[in-house]
Design a protein around this ligand. Structure first.
Ligand code: ADP
Ligand code: ZN
Ligand code: ZN
Length: 692
């Protein structure tokens, strides 16, 4: 990639390469190049690799942008007759034709397909001579496509929604970051939709980031229903061609609304008007390998660069965003009430101590499940472990099935039966007897989704049980199909992992059961509590979203835990304020900035030696420069051995970002210079979200 031209270079001539040819006369979009440079600088990542990762695959492979065309379909004179011939028995074709007749300049394929018509229908109309197909160059046109009118009317906003929208509206032409902090079901999406309406009305584009489109096809459908203008969706299911098309449509300004997951932050925009980040606290915005960027943080930088409004939405904002809202850097917009009748349910803590569990559930909870089903409602059982049981143990000698390659236990699966390591994906057949003592008394320890599903199916044989986790939804559409069943409203049981917690609107669920809330309470990671509270609140938010109020039962061994009690009694906001004070006192983010160097290699000694040298060099450098940066470590990673590699970490922390960056840049240069660093895989994580 040619990013700049110079007459001179400080590099020796042999290391410079001549330009052999020009693949593409269309320059890459300016805003995109700016974002890549910013990202590379901020995350101390190689610029070339940043460009590479932020680029659609086909461009990476050398395809030219300008050579591409697209199809446009117009009704012919015959197609414009009062009663076009040959459509008596083809009602969809008739509908399609009538839509095309409303567009004197025709419509492009993408806009037509977005209205759920098919290529076959288009071809059939062409064969009948009712429609013509034209090809036109893609990069030529640059006006925003579709009209700004709505396909479906907007909902009348309630007072809080209207105030939030008005506040953002006050300044659509400057950097204007807002945190839309609204309880689950308070109608944040409706605010997004109306904001987008205003933005596309001004001939500007809206970029909307969502955690995982595959998990929330409902949301995408809601966007598509609302606007006449096409909504371009970027998700993992696209082909390379579709991805490039979407990229071009956004870059040329034709696509008014672009909706996508994490990597969509790198979509170029010709006329940016707003960036919206839904569920801004969600962990999926952080890329956890290679270029370790955070899409939400890049959204802030990007909105600032474009001087446009930024809307971060969540029922459970990250402490980072809350802190900025408290400080006044972000406008803090609150939605405290649900659009529907019932307030979100409080968490009821249920003591697990000394109680017999069946599939993870204790008798009184099972009783409440029974009553809820009998009343004709649905029940959601949340359990954050897939598989049958977290591990397999020998009842005679205490042996536990562990992974040969990691410091981790293996999960027992029944469908199909095997032991699997969820950290390295290593699989093993189930042993017939204990490898230590030969006993055949091997028992599953604890419960995963499969076991809870099995128990519930035997307890409630007449009620369908839907299990929703990564294993049950591997097939495309499996999730959507299950959710469609659930939305029909008959009594049923949903058992699932956090896939179920994310944004689904399940109007008939009135009872949510959390099988075990304890995993995050005593974890070593300082963000564990925050993340676990967010998850609990999101899961709880699935209950009672429509006609009937909801209940949330949370099983725990620690009913006295002060954090859990605060969450249960006063809600996420109260807990977040408390955690904020704890972070302030402990000098942790968001009050301090972190960078984490991870080192890994097959030999323990090579990581230990390099880690020690790096720490020593860093401390010396920090001293020489008089920086206020702390260097902690090296220490073994929480899981020291993973996939037969040893993992070590070094943590940098500073009050001032500039000093953290200076030190990070120096560290990267130091590592790149050292020949012994080549035998070790290393990566620097700026603003790490997890210390794992
Ligand atoms: P959130 O994104 O905050 O979780 P949603 O936007 O999904 O909430 O809204 C929850 C439900 O409330 C949806 O079914 C939505 O159609 C409905 N809703 C939102 N705003 C309004 C409103 N102003 N009037 C009536 N219903 C609304
Ligand atoms: Zn044994
Ligand atoms: Zn493993």
């Amino acid at each position: 990639m040619v990013v700049e031209c110079r007459d001179t270079s400080e590099l020796p001539l042999p290391s410079l390469k001549p330009v052999a040819g020009c693949l593409d006369a269309t320059p890459l979009p300016t805003d995109w190049r700016w974002l890549c440079r910013f990202t590379a600088r901020y995350y101390h990542h190689a610029l070339g690799d940043t460009f590479h990762q932020a680029m659609p695959v086909l461009l990476r492979q050398g395809r030219a942008l300008e050579a591409r065309t697209r199809e446009r379909w117009c009704a012919t004179a015959a197609g414009r007759q009062e009663v076009p011939p040959g459509l008596d028995r083809a009602p969809r074709q008739a509908e399609l034709l009538s839509m095309l007749r409303q567009h004197p300049h025709g419509m492009v394929s993408q806009a037509i397909l977005a209205q759920s018509f098919s290529r076959d229908q288009l071809r059939a109309l062409v064969d009948k001579g009712l429609v013509d197909r034209h090809e036109e160059p893609l990069m030529a046109s640059s006006s925003v496509e579709g009209d700004a009118r709505l396909a479906e009317p907007a909902l009348p906003l309630n007072r809080e929604q209207a105030m939030a929208l008005a506040a953002i509206h006050e300044r659509l032409d400057g950097f204007h970051p807002c945190l839309l902090h609204g309880v689950t079901g308070s109608g944040k999406t409706e605010v997004y939709l109306q904001l987008i309406e205003a933005v596309i009305g001004h001939q500007r584009q809206a970029l909307v980031l969502v955690p995982e489109i595959g998990l929330t096809p409902q949301n995408l459908a809601r966007f598509r229903r609302r606007f006449r203008a096409p909504v371009v969706a970027l998700h993992s299911g696209l082909t390379d061609h579709e991805r490039l098309d979407a990229w071009e449509a956004a870059a040329s300004g034709r696509a008014p609304i672009v909706l996508g997951t994490r990597s969509a932050i790198f979509t170029p925009l010709a006329r940016p008007g707003v960036i919206i980040v839904d569920e801004e606290h969600d962990g999926s915005y952080k890329q956890e390998d290679g270029l370790r960027y955070h899409a939400r943080d890049l959204a802030v930088a990007r909105a600032h660069h474009h001087r446009i409004p930024l809307l971060l939405g969540s029922a459970t904002p990250s402490l980072e965003s809350l802190q900025r809202a408290f400080q006044g850097d972000y406008r803090h917009l609150r939605l405290t009430r649900r659009a529907s009748r019932h307030a979100p349910a409080r968490l009821e803590l249920v003591d697990l101590r000394g109680r017999r569990r069946q599939g993870g559930l204790i008798a009184p909870v099972i009783e409440t499940v029974r009553e809820t089903l009998a009343a004709g409602h649905q029940v959601l059982v949340f359990i954050n472990r897939r598989g049958f049981a977290p591990t397999l143990a020998c009842h005679a000698c205490g042996w536990i099935a562990e992974c040969d390659h990691c410091d981790a236990r293996m999960t027992l699966h029944r469908q199909p039966p095997l032991l699997a390591c969820h950290h390295c994906d290593h699989r093993r057949a189930l042993p017939d007897a204990c490898p230590e003592c030969g006993s055949i008394d091997l028992r599953p320890l604890g419960s995963g989704t499969e076991r809870t599903e099995e128990t519930l199916a035997s307890l409630f044989p007449d009620v369908p049980v839907h299990r929703i986790d990564r294993d049950s939804t591997r097939r495309r559409d499996a999730l959507e199909q299950m959710l469609a069943d659930v939305r029909r409203g008959d009594p049923c049981l949903l058992v699932g992992t956090q896939m179920l917690a994310k944004g689904h609107h399940l109007p008939h669920v009135t009872l949510v059961v959390v099988v075990n809330a304890d995993a995050g309470l005593y974890a070593s990671d300082f963000r564990a509590l925050e993340h676990s509270a967010q998850l609990l609140e999101q899961v709880a938010g699935r209950a009672g979203r429509a006609a009937h109020p909801g209940r949330v039962l949370v099983q725990t061994l620690h009913t006295d835990d002060p954090h859990l009690r605060l969450l249960a009694e006063s809600g996420y906001d109260a807990l977040a304020s408390q955690l904020m004070e704890e972070r302030r006192a402990a000098r942790l983010p968001p009050f301090r900035f972190l960078a984490l160097l991870r080192l890994e290699a097959p030999q323990e000694s090579s990581v230990a030696v390099l880690g020690g040298l790096a720490a020593e060099a860093l401390r010396q450098r920090i001293g020489e420069r008089g920086l206020e940066v702390d260097c902690l470590g090296p220490v073994p990673a929480p899981m020291e051995r993973r996939q037969n590699r040893y993992h070590l970490q070094l943590m940098l922390s500073a009050d001032r970002r500039s000093q953290l960056h200076e030190t990070s840049a120096w560290l990267v240069a130091w590592l790149e210079r050292r020949p012994d660093a080549r035998r070790v895989r290393w990566s620097l994580d700026i603003d790490p979200q997890t210390l794992a």
